[in-house]
Design a binder for this molecule. Structure first.
Ligand code: SF4
Ligand code: SF4
Ligand code: FES
Length: 251
C-alpha cells in the first residue's frame, strides 16, 4: 500500500551485455513501509518506466532466498558492498544508487559473474574429503569448543562482498581473497578435513596467496554474516608460515 504520495528515488547503473557501455537510469517508486532493495527491483520489473516517463526494460539482478542466506543478491548499494534483500529502504540515504560489483565481470545490469570465488575455493580444496567406495561412517566427533569456533566460519554465503571491498583483490595481485582463506581455516580445523591441510597451505603460498593481504580489514567490515575474517587471516597466515619453515628444514 502506497503511503501518502511518499516516493523512493533509485538510480541504477545498467549494462545491456558484458561488452556494452554502462549507463544510468533513474526510477521513482511509491513508498511502502518495509521495502527493501530487492522488493524495489521487483516493483520496477512490474512497471519498468523511468522517473522521466520513458519505457525501459526490467532491471536484471540475482536473488533467490530473500533472507540473506543464498548470497546471490550482492551489489553496491550507495557505494557499499551488501545484500539487496536485507538492505531496508528506510535505512538508506536517497537517491539510492545501485551498481553491479566493480571487480567482477558484468553479465547484465546488476548481475555479475562471481565464479572466481568458486575457482579459488577449488584452488584451496575447501571441502572435507569423503570420496571412497565404502561406508566411511559418521567421522570423528567435534568438541563443543571446536564447534563454537567453526560454526561462525561455516556461515559464509559466497556473496563476494569481502572480495569487492578488498583493496588487494584485483587482476594485478590475483589474490584469493578473505572468503577462501577463512574456508581454509574452517576445513583445516575439521577432524577429517585436516587431511588436506598441507595442500591447502601450499595453495596459499606464493603469488595470489595470503601474503597479498595488506590487513586493511575492509573485508570484515562488509561481511554480512559477521565472519571473523581478520582472525582467520591471522590464524591461517601463522599456519602458512609454519608450513614454509617446515618445508625449508625438510629440503
Ligand atoms: S584484511 Fe584487507 S587486504 Fe586482507 S583480505 Fe581483508 S580487505 Fe583484503
Ligand atoms: S566471508 Fe562474508 S563477505 Fe566473504 S563471501 Fe563469505 S559471507 Fe560473503
Ligand atoms: S536473495 Fe539470497 S542473500 Fe539475498
Amino acid at each position: 500500500m502506497a503511503t501518502n504520495g511518499k516516493t523512493v528515488i533509485i538510480k541504477i547503473k545498467r549494462q545491456d551485455n558484458p561488452n556494452s557501455k554502462p549507463y544510468w537510469e533513474e526510477f521513482e517508486l511509491p513508498y511502502r513501509p518495509g521495502m527493501n532493495v530487492t522488493s524495489s527491483l521487483m516493483d520496477i520489473a512490474a512497471n519498468p518506466v523511468t522517473k522521466q516517463g520513458k519505457a525501459t526494460t526490467p532491471v536484471t539482478y540475482d536473488s533467490n532466498c530473500l533472507e540473506e542466506v543464498c548470497g546471490s543478491c550482492a551489489m553496491l548499494i550507495n557505494d557499499r558492498a551488501r545484500m539487496a534483500c536485507s538492505a531496508l529502504i528506510d535505512k538508506l540515504g536517497q537517491p539510492i544508487r545501485l551498481e553491479p560489483f566493480s571487480k567482477f565481470p558484468v553479465v547484465r545490469d546488476l548481475s555479475v559473474d562471481r565464479s572466481v570465488l568458486f575457482e579459488n575455493l577449488k584452488k584451496v580444496k575447501a571441502w572435507v574429503p569423503t570420496d571412497g567406495t565404502y561406508d566411511l561412517g559418521s567421522g570423528p566427533r567435534q568438541s563443543a569448543e571446536q564447534q563454537e569456533l567453526n560454526y561462525p566460519l561455516s556461515r559464509c554465503i559466497s556473496c563476494c562482498c569481502c572480495m569487492e571491498a578488498c583493496p588487494q583483490f584485483n587482476d594485478k595481485t590475483g589474490f584469493v581473497g578473505a572468503a577462501a582463506i577463512s574456508q581454509v581455516r574452517l576445513f583445516n580445523n575439521h577432524p577429517t578435513g585436516k587431511a588436506l591441510k598441507i595442500e591447502r597451505l601450499k595453495a596459499l603460498m606464493g603469488d595470489g596467496g595470503i601474503q597479498e593481504c595488506g590487513y586493511a580489514q575492509n573485508c570484515v567490515e562488509v561481511c554480512p554474516k559477521d565472519i571473523p575474517l581478520t582472525k582467520s587471516i591471522a590464524d591461517v597466515g601463522g599456519q602458512v608460515m609454519w608450513q614454509a619453515v617446515k618445508d625449508l628444514f625438510r629440503s
